[in-house]
Ligand binder design. Sequence first.
Ligand SMILES: *[C@@H]1O[C@H](CO)[C@@H](O)[C@H](O)[C@H]1NC(C)=O
Ligand SMILES: *[C@@H]1O[C@H](CO)[C@@H](O)[C@H](O)[C@H]1NC(C)=O
Ligand SMILES: *[C@@H]1O[C@H](CO)[C@@H](O)[C@H](O)[C@H]1NC(C)=O
Ligand SMILES: *[C@@H]1O[C@H](CO)[C@@H](O)[C@H](O)[C@H]1NC(C)=O
Ligand SMILES: *[C@@H]1O[C@H](CO)[C@@H](O)[C@H](O)[C@H]1NC(C)=O
Ligand SMILES: *[C@@H]1O[C@H](CO)[C@@H](O)[C@H](O)[C@H]1NC(C)=O
Ligand SMILES: *[C@@H]1O[C@H](CO)[C@@H](O)[C@H](O)[C@H]1NC(C)=O
Ligand SMILES: *[C@@H]1O[C@H](CO)[C@@H](O)[C@H](O)[C@H]1NC(C)=O
Ligand SMILES: *[C@@H]1O[C@H](CO)[C@@H](O)[C@H](O)[C@H]1NC(C)=O
Length: 644
Amino acid sequence: MGSQVWCFIAIFILITTGESRKTTDKTCHPNDLKGLISFKAAIRSDDSGRLEKWIGYGCCKWEGISCNNTTGRVTQINLPGFFTSSDDSPVQTSMNGHLSPSITLLSSLEVIDLSGLTGLTGNIPPSIGFRLPKLRKLSLFGNKLEGRLPESIGKLFNLEVMYLHENSFSSTLPESLGNLKSLRFLDLHSNGYTGVVPDCIANLTNLETLNLQNNFLSHIPANIGDLQALKELDLSNNSLRGRIPSSITKLKSISVIYLNNNQLEGEIPQPFSSDQMPALRFLRLHDNLLVGRIPDSLGYLTSLERVSLANNKLEGSIPTSLGNLRSLTELYINGNQLSGQIPSSLGQLSRLLILNISNNMIREPLPQEMASLINLQTLDLSFNRLNLFSIPYWLLKLPSLSQIHLASCRIQGELTEFLQSTPSSLQVIDFSDNNLTGNIPALIGSLTELYLLNLAGNSLIGQIPSTITNLVNLGVLDLRSNKLEGSLHRVFEIQTRFGGGSLTYIDFSDNRFSTGIEQIGTGMQQGIQYLNLSHNFLKGRIHTAIGTLGSMQSLDLSYNNIESELPPSLGNATSLERLKLQKNNFTGKIPNEFLKLKELEELDLSNNMLIGEIPFGKPLIDFPKSSYLQNRGLCGKPLGPCPL
Ligand SMILES: *[C@@H]1O[C@H](CO)[C@@H](O)[C@H](O)[C@H]1NC(C)=O
Ligand SMILES: *[C@@H]1O[C@H](CO)[C@@H](O)[C@H](O)[C@H]1NC(C)=O
Ligand SMILES: *[C@@H]1O[C@H](CO)[C@@H](O)[C@H](O)[C@H]1NC(C)=O
Ligand SMILES: *[C@@H]1O[C@H](CO)[C@@H](O)[C@H](O)[C@H]1NC(C)=O
Ligand SMILES: *[C@@H]1O[C@H](CO)[C@@H](O)[C@H](O)[C@H]1NC(C)=O
Ligand SMILES: *[C@@H]1O[C@H](CO)[C@@H](O)[C@H](O)[C@H]1NC(C)=O
Ligand SMILES: *[C@@H]1O[C@H](CO)[C@@H](O)[C@H](O)[C@H]1NC(C)=O
Ligand SMILES: *[C@@H]1O[C@H](CO)[C@@H](O)[C@H](O)[C@H]1NC(C)=O
Ligand SMILES: *[C@@H]1O[C@H](CO)[C@@H](O)[C@H](O)[C@H]1NC(C)=O
């Protein structure tokens, strides 16, 4: 490049920068200046430090303000709470104060971004539509703003982006919304909007995102299908009633439909051909009141990746056509009234990661073809009408399986065979409410990734194998309602990988355990939150170390033969919400330290050998008499007064 050209560029830069300095240095337009000064005055605190540098009259130079170089008017206020600071690191800041209506003085504004400041209160100025006709972007999300969306908003013909989510806005949405012909992104989620989604919203032919999640809206417009540019529709967690409009299948650009957690009724609208909703990837209709069958034509929607139809009133069989959905990674159809058998075509869903069919009326046999689900990580078939008899062999060969839920599937026999062939990467096993017999095999200790083991409601016998101490990742252990016996102490010896103990939930109730109770609190299980040893034959004393279980919320030792005194140290387990010690032989007095159990909501000390005065104070005096009845000699509130 010749030196002449370089020279020309240099001069050009000099001229343009000099020029812009000229326009920005000078006093800005008096209305803009007045508006910004009032805006600043209404902000009580700004921990970003941006506003304190707003000094003088040249407001175009102020941080967060942009002007048009020709007209000198302010076009943008960009003061989001989350931004990238001058040294390129992201910072989260907040402002407390009132959104001054004087920002409507800045009549050339195109962009208002006061998002995520967390502490901004006040309203959207009612005159906004008349005063700021050039507005393209209005972003006020993540504040404490309230009031209605003003009718005048419909005058903002240039508005493309309206982000008002995560505030406390309320009242109904104005009909004038339908005039915002340029609008592409409308996000009002997590506010208190009521009434209907206005029909006129279907006029917004450029709308790409409509997010009204977490409001109290009650009706979807029948003509919603007119939104030909719409890619994301989220109306989840509102109060929507009636049917899902059939026009929804005409949404040609749609990729996301979330209508879950409403009271929608009627049948799922059927796409008529593979031309409809060709880009639909995520469909959530769960937790509604939908009836009828899962439409066969759902199989046309081959872009689908995640589908949840769970917790409705769907019936009939699972359509074979679902096998066409080769992109599917997650399918939740649990909690319906589906019957028949699982179609063998589901074996074609080789990308499937999660399949939940639990809580239906599905019958055996399971199709062998499911062995092809090589990516399946989570399978839940619990609570159907499956008579599996044994755990299907192919299931154990699924290479990616990490969670298996087969509760109440009428599985019989011993666990040994299962444990011999199962991949050691399993993290969750729920075989509860079956008819497993025999011992818990020592092999269980080889499943070192195991986080949850639920074998409750079976007919297991014998002792807990010593290898259980290998399960260093165990968090939840439920062996309720079996015929297990012997000592519990191994469980309190599990040295969880992170030392402090990830084991938070232990239910050994309704078995035949007799020893090991003195180990509670002595091991590494400091994180335990739920411990239920009720309905066993436990004898012995309770160690004072029980008081070190500071996370424990629920302790149930009822229906045993414990003959200990109540340890005063238990008063140190101050997270306790439920304490059930009834039907034992606890002796002595109720320790005064129990008055420290301020979180206690449920207490049962009845049917023991306790004596003396119930310590006077909350929460102990607030429990009903029945919490203390049938002891040897308790007295004082809530029971009768003690003898003098
Ligand atoms: C600045 O304002 C002038 C006059 O209104 C307009 O023509 C021009 O497009 C604006 N410039 C920018 C960058 O918006
Ligand atoms: C306006 O001037 C600023 C410098 O003050 C410059 O950064 C910006 O690019 C200019 N905008 C236009 C559209 O010329
Ligand atoms: C907007 O929608 C309403 C209600 O659906 C309709 O009556 C009206 O004609 C539409 N207006 C325009 C300009 O399309
Ligand atoms: C549903 O919306 C209500 C009201 O906005 C909110 O309080 C609640 O937390 C939301 N529930 C969920 C699961 O998001
Ligand atoms: C499957 O759905 C049921 C509800 O029907 C739920 O309780 C269970 O946690 C789900 N399973 C998995 C693995 O998420
Ligand atoms: C469990 O299996 C045993 C032995 O096969 C049988 O006697 C018992 O009735 C079964 N229990 C249930 C609840 O099916
Ligand atoms: C403990 O288990 C028994 C029997 O399984 C049950 O009835 C009781 O409600 C459980 N206790 C708590 C506190 O959950
Ligand atoms: C409590 O002790 C008495 C006598 O010491 C005994 O008869 C009774 O069976 C015991 N009750 C329980 C529940 O262990
Ligand atoms: C309760 O905890 C405190 C502080 O750790 C300790 O000093 C006290 O001895 C404990 N109380 C009982 C009765 O163990």
